[in-house]
Design a protein around this ligand. Sequence first.
Ligand SMILES: NC(=O)c1ccc[n+]([C@@H]2O[C@H](COP(=O)([O-])OP(=O)(O)OC[C@H]3O[C@@H](n4cnc5c(N)ncnc54)[C@H](O)[C@@H]3O)[C@@H](O)[C@H]2O)c1
Length: 315
Amino acid sequence: MINSKINILITGGAGYLGSMISTELVKQNFNVTVIDLLKYDKGSLNHLYVNDNFKLIKKDVRDIKFLKKIVKKFDYIIPLAALVGAPLCEKFKKDAVSTNFDAINGLSKVITNKNKIIFMTSNSGYGIGEKNKFCDENSPLKPISLYGRTKCDAEKVVNNQKNNVCFRLATVFGNSYRMRSDLLVNNFVQTAIKKNKLTIFEPKFRRNFIHVKDVVNAVIFTIKNFKKMNGEIYNLGLSNANLTKIGLAKKIKKFHPSLKISVIKNRKDPDQRDYFVSNKKIEKVGFRPKVNLENGIKELLNIFKNDPNKIINNY
Ligand SMILES: NC(=O)c1ccc[n+]([C@@H]2O[C@H](COP(=O)([O-])OP(=O)(O)OC[C@H]3O[C@@H](n4cnc5c(N)ncnc54)[C@H](O)[C@@H]3O)[C@@H](O)[C@H]2O)c1
């Protein structure tokens, strides 16, 4: 099918992931409609208004009556609108539940058999993984934050729909039209530039990472391979970037040698996530991420060197 005949709705399409996904889909000639309240960066989609195949609707995704009116015309729906991250959800608990779960539940009740959903949740649902074991898609979910719980519950609802592909994303890094500094790699690199020092609690905590461009690539791959991926949940991360926090800090120091790393013992990190992740399932269907962690770190170092304050935070 020619892309220009495919209609795609992206909620939260002005966000960190959404602005990058929208931009690539518009470039590839899909018809893209974004619903977003523009809570953070009002200009992250400014470069797209010039295109006939792009439209922004400034609305709240919790308006299910409105969604019901428009969903019919879309082939794909990518629901990204959410309060993202544990601290933000703790601060605005009610909004976190109504946006991250209720809106998805409401959407699931008004979609049609034609709609194909591509859903993104976080692999933070794995919470605290077992020692020396990689979490795969069958590993038990035991989210340790309200954010994690709302996203796991929403994934369950989406995965019960007729047409759906769900991704459990590793911690995303890299540049976006709407930047975030709360994501671990982005945050470490920005701090490295601003303070020339990284202070690390619980240095052995393990995490997995993926570049934002590869999240975009995974969406395009899914559109092309929807039939064979339908109904499945996939981890999405770099298999060669299962790393401890201290390992990540040392990688950054390789490209920024003056960086001082100090480890604080006996202090709890507020973020208790600790797990390695297997990405074999998505690799088996033929998807391979392209951007490695080193290139992402180099990208971020350049960005923050030139503009150390280039960040619009969630909180
Ligand atoms: N960035 C990551 O590392 C990551 C990892 C896993 C999953 N995800 C998921 O991907 C999605 C997008 O994350 P992100 O990093 O782009 O976050 P983001 O905060 O940059 O984007 C969220 C967007 O949703 C919009 N929004 C929030 N509430 C809304 C509402 N009620 N109505 C309309 N729009 C609303 C915001 O204005 C914002 O543009 C989320 O669902 C998140 O859970 C992100």
